[in-house]
Design a protein around this ligand. Structure first.
Ligand code: GLA
Ligand code: ZN
Length: 681
């Protein structure tokens, strides 16, 4: 498959929605109306079959695919392709009653009753068999139907199961990993509080009324749950791939979802897709949502380093938000263009027709209970359909290429969040990562969001905020990165523990990073929420007193140059921001978390130093960002205005641009309407 393509059967920008026609089988005329509306909205695909199990296998071994045949084939006759879901995110009631083992057991060791979704055990041989039986039938019937372009596996795979089967599998996994109990006892530091295991059978997961504070156990349990889920996924796709290996498989991931370490799925996925539900209009401005969504888009793109799918977003309201705000005029278009700007090759919605009953009946849909197309939502969706058609040829074979990356590592996050101290009031890993990312986003500089195990060599600037856990050969690769002439930026709470969350001894940050950064770290002071310190810089462009919060790391420079010093408290005058020349490169260290007023100029100088291109050659007004997609079809420039006011920006001098949406030829200063976006060539 070409690296830009989502699916070879339809190499185009995709526009579609989750579609659940099985909820409407008894209402004559609805399906025909839906097809008419989908065509009118410019759909070329629909995601069908999510949660359809009880309609496909109403009784054990009794299958009914007739309705699905009709849906898939009729959609196809009308130019709409099917992304076919496997229905395993929820199961029929009969299965729970006949096979109690399929129900998930929660952390309190109570087995769930039937209900909801994502309520199954990933280990259960019965659930795996039932999944195989269903998926084999689906593949036999549809994998060679040209209407089906992709498999959507289950839905928002998530959660953990603590049942006896999972516990036994965990112990087996541990035996394979550690071989001896001695090794496990050492890795988990079980001598503490007299927890040494003398038999594998004594090991339990971190259940609610059991051992919840053993960090090595918690980490391994999270790792096991991820691997077991990946294993389930691999079993799930086996029959699909056996029958037609060319149909891509994806799972829809979630915003900032870190119960599972998604990176472990990557070798087995053909495309990354995710579901974007920011709380637009819930705050005084759209800035925070825009930034967080951009970060998540970049995280998703970076996983496979190629275009991804926005598998779901809401046409307007999201029924599980605190207050369900309608998307204001412009917002759907802007958020769709935002996804494209970061490398999405799809805009898809949850869902096409609003449900009449149950808990999502007030989640907005392309077609609401009113059943009309003369609505703002429908018109907005149809406008996005037009936009995708206009952009297709210029955009499809392109992606975002970044020379900057932020390390956002999930195992590291698990360990930080599990840590007792230094700051139980919050270490804010996500927010810290985003505050460093923000400087690039605001400058129109592409930034990847990567796992610490990824290859660093293609980047010039690498930011490793709070890289607390140094696993594998990460420290060595960071040192090589700097040595080769690149720039590394890191912060307090870096290089303290190994992959089992056991503290390193001696010089910190560990494994030679003390030499990369040119200091040794003595201790960590944590500030209360109402307290702050400051980084005082006496010369150069960053001069001034910059407020800092959360953590104050006390460090003693050896070879590092001190750029800024603490301005307050008994450690006033000690180093707070340092720079060290290491090999041909430089390593910076923020010993405390500075205000963005320092991060912004700090990163702007690094951007300039490395000659990294800004999409618009200039810093952008607050609330505005820009990005470039490039590839076989040349370059496309995106400008997004998340302000509720119009704004002016200047295009790079001496160039004429074509607005791909309006056809206008533009140069010099241009205006963007409130919540406006431009796509230029
Ligand atoms: C998730 C699910 C959908 C639907 C939406 C509602 O993303 O995948 O099935 O429940 O949330 O926002
Ligand atoms: Zn289980």
């Amino acid at each position: 498959m070409n690296k830009y393509e989502i699916t070879p059967r339809l190499p185009k920008l995709l526009h579609g929605a989750d579609y659940n026609p099985e909820q409407w089988l008894k209402v004559p005329g609805i399906f025909e109306k839906d097809i008419e509306y989908m065509k009118k909205a410019g759909f070329n695909c629909a995601t069908v079959g999510v949660f359809s199990w009880s309609m496909l296998e109403p009784e054990e071994g009794v299958y009914d695919f007739s309705w699905l045949d009709k849906v898939i084939n009729t959609l196809y006759e009308n130019g709409i392709y099917t992304i076919l879901a496997t229905p395993t995110g929820a199961r029929p009631v009969w299965m729970t009653h006949k096979y109690p083992e399929v129900s998930r057991v929660e952390r309190n060791l109570v087995r769930n009753r039937h209900g909801g979704r994502h309520n199954h055990c990933y280990t259960s041989p019965v659930y795996r068999r039932k999944t195989r039986e269903m998926n084999t039938r689906l593949a036999e019937r549809y994998a060679n139907n040209p209407a089906v372009i992709m498999w959507h596996i289950s839905n928002e795979i998530s959660g953990q199961c603590f049942c006896p089967l999972c516990q036994a599998a965990f112990r087996k996994w541990l035996k394979k990993k550690y071989v001896t109990l001695e090794a496990l006892n050492d890795a988990w530091y079980t001598t503490f509080w007299s927890q040494r295991y003398t038999d594998w059978e004594q090991i339990e997961p971190p259940v609610e009324n059991g051992m919840t504070v053993m960090h090595g156990l918690n980490l391994d349990w999270n790792r096991f749950c991820t691997e077991q889920t990946v294993d389930f996924y691999r079993e799930e796709i086996k029959p699909l791939k056996e029958i037609n290996p060319d149909i891509p498989c994806t799972i829809n991931l979630m915003m900032f979802h870190t119960v599972l370490d998604y990176s472990k799925f990557m070798p087995y996925l053909d495309a990354v897709s995710w579901d974007a539900y920011p709380m637009w209009h819930n705050h005084t401005d759209e800035f925070g949502n825009a930034l967080a969504t951009a970060f998540n888009h970049d995280w998703m793109r970076s996983y496979m380093d190629k275009p991804f799918m926005m598998m779901e977003n809401t046409p307007s309201t999201t029924n599980w938000h605190g207050s369900c705000r309608l998307k204001a005029p412009g917002m759907l278009k802007l958020s769709s263009i935002q996804a494209l700007a970061h490398g999405s090759n799809t805009v898809q919605y949850f869902q096409f027709r609003q449900s009449n009953g149950s808990c999502e009946k007030f989640h907005s849909a392309v077609v609401s209970h009113r059943g009309k197309d003369d609505t703002m939502i429908f018109k907005n969706v149809a406008e996005v359909g037009e936009i995708l058609k206009k952009l297709n040829d210029d955009l499809y074979y392109t992606t975002v290429n970044a020379r900057v990356a932020i390390i956002y590592d999930i195992e590291n996050k698990w360990a930080i969040e599990d840590s007792k101290g230094p700051r139980n009031d919050g270490m804010h890993y996500d927010d810290i990562a985003m505050s460093h990312y923000r400087a690039f986003w605001e400058n129109g500089v592409a930034c990847d969001v990567i796992d610490s195990t990824k290859d660093f060599s293609k980047y010039d600037i690498l930011i490793a905020p709070m890289l607390y856990m140094l696993k594998d050969d990460v420290a060595k690769r960071l040192a090589e990165f700097v040595k080769s002439g690149k720039t590394l930026v890191s912060t307090y709470f870096t290089g303290l523990v190994n992959e089992n969350d056991l503290c390193y001894n001696g010089d910190l940050p560990a494994l030679g990073l003390n030499e990369v950064f040119g200091f040794w770290e003595e201790d960590i002071d944590a500030l209360c929420d109402h307290q702050s310190n400051e980084i005082v810089i006496n010369s150069g462009a960053l001069s001034g007193s910059h407020t800092s919060i959360y953590i104050c790391d006390l460090i003693h420079p050896t070879t590092a140059e001190v750029i800024g010093r603490y301005g307050k408290d008994w450690y006033k005058g000690m180093a707070a921001l340092t720079k060290n020349r290491f090999g041909d490169g430089e390593a910076y260290y923020f010993a405390t978390h500075p205000d963005y007023s320092l991060l912004k100029p700090f990163y702007e100088s690094l951007i300039d130093k490395h000659g990294i291109r800004r999409a618009l050659n200039a810093p952008l007004p607050f609330g505005v960002t820009a990005s470039i997609r490039e590839g076989e079809n040349g370059e496309v420039l995106f400008i997004e205005n998340f302000l509720r006011d119009s704004v002016k920006v200047s295009l790079p001098e001496g160039k004429d641009y074509t607005d791909l949406l309006s056809g206008e030829i533009l140069s010099g200063e241009i205006e963007l309407e409130p919540l406006g976006a431009r796509v230029l060539k």
